[in-house]
Write a protein of this length. Structure first.
Length: 436
């Protein structure tokens, strides 16, 4: 697998946002390995950092936007496509407005700046997402399918078909993504609008600074006041958008994508589904792994004993930041005798207790807390989503929110077969353990 890459030198570009028309200066800066793509808005009271990831996507029409709290960055897809196409994994992008410069509506603007900055390899190896199962998402007549394919690059097949009476004739493109193919065949393909859509956008106050010579507007007789760069420029730009949108997975995707009329919303949905599938696979791998902390070690850490020890094993622990534990729920649990004899259900309070015990193990990892016991102080945002019954495997995850000398604060959740059953934020008082 190739090494990760960043840029060698900073590079600046200036322009106006495609939709807002606002003047913006953008600076590309090198970034450390494994940091990914991060946008930084400098025009806010405190610089706002927004990771280029699908979890930060906010709903927009005809573009991709990401958000952190009340601050968003509009129209990131053409820049993301340039980064994806050139194979740049880690970069920081500063800008002084809420929308990236639009250039001519293609990725060429960004590609030229990134090439001037230079691309360099880093010490860390790339960790791509490799498609190993078919994932199919649809929205009306639009569809997007991820299928297993090559394990070292991405193949894309795009069928742009708006029907026999559309102003845009059917166009089809197949491409193997590489820096050369992207720069040669995709980067200069511009965004396009139908004439009626262009009028609607300008009536809504968007793109009012643009003329027919600045953007590809298609009427009944073809392009208005402009010319196509390729006979099939429309499908090439749809592929450009797809390349940019799937890079919101946070790292490259290898395999094959088959698209029919897919747009931004469907592209984002496929990325979410791919990441969910990857998380399920990772979770199954973790659950099958040997215990990090087994039952004998649990007895040395926790003061609880039968029938109140609610953790069978800890399968993952990341310092004092995060832990994953398992409780195998058996019909022989003593609480099922009375809760309830005819319909055994694990009491919600014991699910919370199991998560609290795992939190106690996590908090005990910090050196200054060795020899202390985590005593429950308060619970907030407690929610129960479904029942836990005999035969279920309760998987608990806790992450540290804050730890002080005498208190700890964690976020906890419990799942069964990937389905959320309970969640809570729990605070503890850390007290000295009584001598045995």
């Amino acid at each position: 697998m190739r090494a990760q890459r960043t840029i060698e030198n900073p590079a600046d570009i200036r322009g106006r946002g495609l939709f807002t028309g606002n003047e913006v200066t953008l600076r590309f800066k090198p970034a450390a390995p494994d940091s990914g793509v991060t946008f930084v808005r400098l025009d806010t009271d405190v610089p706002t950092r927004i990771q280029a990831h699908v979890r930060n996507v906010t709903k927009r029409a005809r573009r991709s936007a990401i958000r952190n709290g009340t601050h968003a960055i509009e129209t990131v897809e053409h820049c993301m496509a340039a980064l994806h196409g050139l194979g740049i994994d880690n970069i920081e992008i500063e800008l002084n407005a809420g929308e990236l410069p639009g250039g001519d509506g293609s990725s060429l603007f960004f590609v030229d700046a990134l090439k001037r900055a230079g691309v360099v390899e880093q010490e860390s190896k790339l960790k791509p997402i490799i498609i190993d199962e078919t994932i199919h998402v649809t929205d009306g007549t639009a569809e997007l399918i991820a299928v297993p394919g090559p394990k070292d690059h991405l193949d894309i097949l795009y069928d742009l078909d708006y029907g026999p009476d559309a102003d845009i004739p059917r166009q089809f493109l197949a491409i193997t993504l590489s820096a050369d193919s992207f720069c040669r065949d995709i980067a200069s393909a511009r965004t396009f609008l139908l004439e009626a859509e262009a009028k609607q956008f300008q009536a809504a106050g968007m793109g009012s600074h643009l003329s027919y010579s600045d953007i590809v507007v298609i009427g009944k007789e073809g392009v208005i006041g402009n010319e196509f760069r390729y006979p099939d420029e429309c499908v090439r730009h749809k592929v450009l958008d797809l390349i940019g949108d799937v890079y919101l997975a946070g790292r490259p995707i290898y395999g094959k994508l088959i698209a029919t009329r897919s747009g931004h919303a469907l592209n984002h949905e496929l990325v979410r589904r791919l990441l969910e599938a990857l998380e399920r696979k990772d979770r199954h791998t973790r659950l099958a792994a040997p215990a990090t902390i087994d039952a004998r070690q649990l007895h040395r850490i926790l003061p609880h004993r039968y029938p109140f020890l609610m953790i069978d094993r800890v399968i993952e622990i990341d310092g004092d930041r995060r832990a994953v534990g398992i409780k195998n729920v058996s019909i022989n649990e003593p609480f099922f005798q009375g809760h309830y004899p005819s319909q055994p259900i694990m009491p919600g309070v014991l699910i919370i207790e199991a998560m609290a015990q795992l939190a106690g193990i996590l908090l005990s990892q910090k050196l200054e807390h060795t020899g202390k016991v985590a005593v429950l102080l308060s619970m907030d945002n407690v929610k129960f989503r479904r029942q836990v019954i005999p035969g279920d495997r309760l998987v608990m995850e806790v992450e540290t929110l804050r730890v002080k000398a005498r208190t700890g604060h964690v976020r906890a959740r419990a799942t069964v077969d990937e389905a959320l059953v309970a969640q809570a934020e729990i605070k503890f008082m850390l007290v000295d353990a009584e001598p045995v």
